[in-house]
Design a protein around this ligand. Structure first.
Ligand code: PLP
Length: 417
């Protein structure tokens, strides 16, 4: 920790190296030590660090004198991004959405979505879910489950009700039934909601993954009660679940989809709300911000869509690597009595004792692997490999994890004895 930096810094405490260079799945520190980066900017680096083709597109744009900053003025960079997103992502999926560029963080997209939902429905209450994470500005924080995060801001949670996510009280207990009953009951105590906001895979909240069945139930409850369905795909989107959006093939049509983290493909800050044309109700500047649409992010984002999503090859290759990761983690879980969580390239291992997850994280780091913990008690060791990680990198990361878990759980047995 630098002595001039605020105590609020977090990741650098668990991973204190001084990082000098980055390439693909690898971060290298100032002493030349290489680390496999399976944190990947918390899912902001789905295509790894500094893909040379993205670097080249960015350098070309800068050298050609393209504007770096343009508020929300029209630029060739923005036009190319929008056309590419439409042609590569929306049209092939039969999706009809407008693109709204918000301030460059995910949490700003969440703020925008809350405003749109409230204005479009004329209602105030927004429903979110246990263990959901939606960002740290005060509005988005109001939706977030974590008391640790909410504690800092005393957000005005008025107008937000948090409900049990699927499986919150154990698999087999269907929270959709409970939610529907609450809303159907005029004395249930819930005001008519403007929107449901949810993650299909809860990134910070412990890698809880919703089923298509539950999601369809929530969508139909939302429709029945005149509420919008907002999918926060900021972490699970851009391919992390195994498909571009986390809810593909689940037969739901969200009214809004929020993207940020890996949207620029290069780790540049950039966020977007996809919204159905009929709820495009904000007047010009009603949600404003200086940095709406990052030209450099448009350039790398468009190039990334071309490179990785124009045809099905990348996704197909990814599905093979997901199977490999799943098999490796399942084996570790079986060997050490842990629980596998999550799906796609967003999977992890839940420990009975959170201390063991944190100790495993530290051992992985010592062995050259950066992985974070998540969940309400930090009890889940969470893997967010770049989607471009090779099969060898996945195998070698899982080998490090297996060794770290073994050491951690053995140490504990020694301590008990
Ligand atoms: C990271 C994240 C956010 C907030 O994005 P920031 O860019 O950190 O503001 C919101 N929702 C989800 C699901 C996230 O993972």
């Amino acid at each position: 920790m630098y002595d001039f930096e605020s105590s609020v810094a977090t990741y650098c405490r668990a991973f204190p190296a001084d990082f000098a260079t980055a390439q693909g799945s690898t971060l290298t520190d100032a002493d030349g030590r290489a680390y496999l980066d399976f944190l990947a900017g918390c899912g902001s680096l789905n295509y790894g660090h500094n893909d040379p083709r993205l670097s080249e597109a960015l350098v070309d744009y800068i050298q050609s004198g393209g504007p770096a900053m343009s508020l929300d003025l029209h630029t060739g960079a923005k036009q190319r991004f929008c056309e590419t997103f439409r042609d590569v992502i929306l049209t092939p999926r039969g999706m009809d959405y407008r693109m709204m560029f918000t301030g460059p963080t995910g949490t700003n997209a969440v703020e925008a979505a809350i405003k749109i939902a409230r204005k479009a429905t004329g209602r105030r209450t927004v429903l979110s879910f246990t263990n959901g994470f939606h960002g740290c500005t005060l509005g988005a924080l109001a939706l977030t489950g974590s008391g640790h995060h909410r504690g800092s801001g005393n957000p005005i949670t008025d107008g937000v009700t948090r409900l049990p996510y699927e499986g919150y009280r154990g698999l087999g207990i269907d929270s959709a039934d409970y939610i529907e009953a609450l809303l159907d009951d005029p004395s249930g105590g819930l005001d008519a909601p403007a929107a449901f906001v949810l993650e299909v895979i809860q990134g910070e909240g412990g890698l809880n993954a919703a089923t298509g069945r539950w999601l369809r139930r929530i969508e139909s409850i939302a429709r029945k009660h005149g509420a919008l369905l907002i999918v926060d795909d900021i972490q699970a989107g851009c391919g992390r679940s195994g498909s571009f959006f986390s809810f593909e093939e689940m037969s739901v049509t969200p009214d809004m989809i929020l993207l940020a983290k890996s949207l620029s493909g290069y780790g540049l800050p950039m966020a977007m709300v996809l919204l159905k044309p009929e709820i495009d109700v904000l007047s010009p500047g009603e949600h404003n911000g200086t940095f709406r649409g990052n030209c450099h992010g448009f350039v790398t984002g468009a190039r990334a869509l071309e490179l990785f999503w124009r045809d099905g090859a990348f996704q197909q290759d990814l599905s093979g690597k997901i199977a490999l990761l799943t098999a490796d983690l399942t084996r570790i879980a079986q060997d050490y009595g842990l629980t596998c969580k999550g799906r796609g390239f967003m999977q992890g291992l839940a420990f009975a004792d959170p201390e063991d997850a944190l100790a495993t994280r530290a051992r992985c780091y010592d062995a050259g692997l950066i992985v974070e913990c998540c969940g309400p008690h930090d009890e889940v060791l969470k893997l967010l490999p770049p989607l471009t990680a090779s099969a060898e990198e996945i195998t070698s990361a899982c080998r490090i994890i297996a060794g770290a878990v073994q050491q951690t759980l053995n140490t504990q047995i020694d301590e008990v004895a």
